[in-house]
Design a protein around this ligand. Structure first.
Ligand code: CP3
Length: 341
């Protein structure tokens, strides 16, 4: 079993540097598209054998050092009593959106063993099939990011409904966040029990908050979750997209590994976080459109900066896009391993 990723999570400066890629299972891979021809996205997430198959595709095709569970951050929301749908080309739709006290009253906590047994079964299958390969990462959305999907009813540009609730009805917002914190905690705990060997928490939209609002309305809830799962010994990675302005306080969350998007270079991040930090990141996904020699220069730069951290796990600064040529992604993994050995 290739332990490089887990050793790096625990703070060891491993060579070659381990690499996995956010959204490594997905539409840029022809093998994934083959599976998707037969089945819609949500059904795929709920069919353990197929979800396991697409999780393993990037391990076999790209040679990455970790697998990530194939699922979606929005899956547990459906179990709380809100409709979830993925429309082709339109992204996720949550219906009806949660905006009033009555809307919140309709929601309820989840019982992971009953409500998301398919996720836990996917994890168990993956652990068996990956036993001689690489570790398995489980994941969840962070409470704030999940709250935005519930309140907006989908993706948003301005997050006006979320911020409106936060400022007009803070007691409602904190009720929703308390509930989501319970849900995320029980969901992560169940994934760990089923065999997840690391957990990544995605806070995709927390960066829309000012530093003060992030510290008050988002951070305390993830911190609560990390505190409670710390005893498991499983490493957790906290990724805040567009979170450059909150970096110093992100380290207060208690996460062992800090995920960086591409906007803040690793060198700057380490000067603010301290050299005792384990970082993950952070090549701009669109750099994969560059010609090979320029891609190589950028990968080398990210790796050199990673030397300033206690340990570095190479990743993109956000998910792979469907438009990215899959041969380039394979090349990227080769470059990371080759340049850092
Ligand atoms: O990383 C992996 O390979 C594991 C699987 C994974 C998916 N979504 C599969 C997926 C993970 C870890 C996620 C996380 C996720 N989902 C996030 C956080 C990460 C981030 O991107 O910031 C968010 C915000 C979502 C919500 C979500 N899911 C959106 C906005 C969309 C639609 C956009 C799109 O690309 O179509 C999805 C759909 C989705 N999730 C797909 C995949 C492979 C595409 C579905 C398809 O096959 O058509």
């Amino acid at each position: 079993m290739n332990e490089a990723f887990l050793r790096a999570c625990h703070g060891e400066a491993v060579r070659p540097v381990p690499v996995w890629l956010m959204r490594q299972a997905g539409r840029y891979l022809p093998a994934y598209q083959e599976v998707r021809k037969k089945i819609d996205f949500l059904t795929l997430c709920k069919t353990p054998e197929l979800a396991a198959e697409v999780s393993i595709q990037p391990v076999d095709i790209l040679g990455v050092d970790a697998a990530i569970l194939f699922s979606d951050i929005l899956i547990p929301l459906e179990c709380m009593g809100i409709g979830l749908d993925f429309h082709e080309g339109k992204g996720p739709v949550l219906n009806p959106p949660v905006r009033t006290e009555q809307d919140i009253e309709r929601l309820h906590p989840i019982d992971p063993d009953a409500d998301v047994s398919f996720v836990l079964e996917t994890i168990r299958i993956l652990r068996k099939e990956l036993s001689h390969k690489v570790p398995l990462i489980g994941f969840s959305g962070a409470p704030f990011t999940l709250a935005t999907y519930m309140i907006e009813g989908g993706t948003s540009k301005s997050f006006v409904n979320t911020k409106r609730m936060l400022f007009e009805a803070p007691h409602l917002f904190s009720r929703l966040m308390d509930l989501l914190t319970e849900v995320v905690h029980s969901y992560i705990e169940a994934q760990i029990r089923a065999g997840a060997q690391a957990i990544q928490v995605f806070d995709t939209w927390a960066g829309v908050l000012t530093r003060e609002d992030y510290a008050r309305y988002a951070l305390p809830y993830v911190t609560r979750i990390f505190k409670r799962i710390k005893g498991s010994g499983v490493p957790f990675i906290y990724f805040v997209f567009n979170g450059g302005h909150v970096l110093e306080i992100i380290s207060d969350s208690g996460a062992g590994v800090i995920g960086l998007d591409w906007r803040t270079d690793i060198k700057t991040a380490i000067s603010r976080l301290g050299s005792d930090t384990v970082v993950q990141g952070n090549l701009d996904p669109c750099a994969l459109f560059l010609p090979e020699h320029e891609l190589k220069t950028r990968v080398d730069s990210v790796l050199k900066q990673g030397l300033e951290a206690k340990a570095h796990i190479f990743n993109l600064g956000h998910g792979i896009l469907p438009e990215i040529p899959n041969e380039k992604v394979r090349l990227l993994v080769e470059l990371v391993h080759g340049l850092s050995s």
